[in-house]
Design a protein around this ligand. Structure first.
Ligand code: NAG
Ligand code: NAG
Ligand code: NAG
Ligand code: NAG
Length: 282
């Protein structure tokens, strides 16, 4: 049913001329989800993401991922579809049995930390949309997309919203791109009813990054200059949802999370492309 709706949406978008392929650089890691993918795929090695991480200790991706009946994002047209990553009270990651009770999280991992996406100049793409029936609670801080170093000590960049624990003076309804030092380098309002498309180019050799953005089916535009950022340490591209607690000291192991939640993020157009020679898909 959902696949049928998605196919109909694709045909109607094709009819108005939007369904032309727009990715022009070599794709290094592919996270776009083909229309015929079933949810159980995410728990198998056929998944484009790591089937084992990062999710609630007793949950499968089958329980976490949904296919929302929304039009595909611009880089998903015409053969891929959106996914929705959800969290509820069970979304407690417990690596080595050590439950991270501060967080509610489910984030898909693209790459293994030592693949080609960690070399040279690469652009990380994702599109995001909101589910009005599974809204975020912006009293909390969220990360929905980030690139975490292999030693888990930092994120080369992260894409956050809600009330930041580190700076409660900032408008909670903004998306905020944070650099490795957790400085907000760019922000924009959450759009509640349309796709928002983001891309970050990381130059691993020159230690620079640059942010691109558009809404709906518009062409991406640079919204920052090339800014200095420590891109060392390798890592993985996380796409999903991580909700931080309020009233917390350690963030990971304590704090307040209300119970009875059901929240989601719709994602699409996930891929990492080679931006050697300043190639970028806009
Ligand atoms: C989806 O379609 C592709 C291309 O036709 C095919 O190779 C693949 O096996 C299909 N996957 C599933 C899960 O049916
Ligand atoms: C997972 O299930 C086990 C067995 O029921 C339980 O002891 C544990 O607390 C659960 N872990 C989490 C993080 O919910
Ligand atoms: C990581 O992925 C790359 C590309 O698929 C592969 O060549 C490499 O062996 C992998 N490394 C590890 C540690 O699994
Ligand atoms: C949002 O989160 C705060 C803190 O957990 C909680 O007190 C409040 O009830 C939540 N609001 C909604 C609308 O869920």
């Amino acid at each position: 049913m959902v696949t049928l709706i998605a196919s109909l949406l694709v045909s109607s978008l094709a009819a108005i001329g939007l369904a032309k392929p727009v990715v022009k650089c070599p794709v290094i890691l592919e996270g776009r989800v083909p229309l015929n993918t079933t949810v159980d795929t995410f728990d198998t090695s056929a998944s484009r993401f790591n089937p084992d991480f990062v999710k609630g200790a007793n949950l499968t991706w089958f329980q976490i991922i949904q296919f929302p009946s929304t039009a595909p994002s611009k880089f998903d047209l015409p053969i891929n579809k959106a996914i929705e990553v959800t969290i509820d009270d069970r979304s407690i990651f417990a690596p080595g049995g050590n439950a991270q009770i501060g967080f509610r999280r489910a984030d898909l991992l693209l790459g293994n930390g030592s693949d080609e996406s960690n070399i040279g100049v690469k652009t990380f793409h994702w599109s995001t949309k909101q589910d009005r029936f599974a809204k975020l609670n912006l009293t909390h801080e969220y990360m929905t997309v980030w690139h975490e170093t292999n030693d888990f000590s930092a994120n080369q960049f992260s894409f956050n919203t809600g009330l930041l624990l580190s700076d409660t003076s900032l408008d909670k309804s903004l998306w905020k791109v944070l650099d490795r030092n957790n400085n907000v380098i760019w922000s924009t309002k959450i759009a509640w009813d349309t796709w928002q498309n983001f891309a970050i180019t990381m130059d691993m050799d020159k230690n620079m990054l640059q942010v691109y953005y558009s809404k709906g089916y518009d062409t991406l535009k640079a919204v920052t200059q090339l800014v200095v950022n420590d891109n060392s340490g390798g890592g993985q591209f996380h796409v999903g949802i991580l909700k931080k607690p309020t009233e917390t000291k350690t963030v990971v192991y304590d704090g307040y999370q209300e119970s009875g939640i059901f929240e989601g993020q719709i994602h699409g157009g996930i891929f990492i492309e080679d931006s050697a020679g300043e190639c970028i898909s806009l």
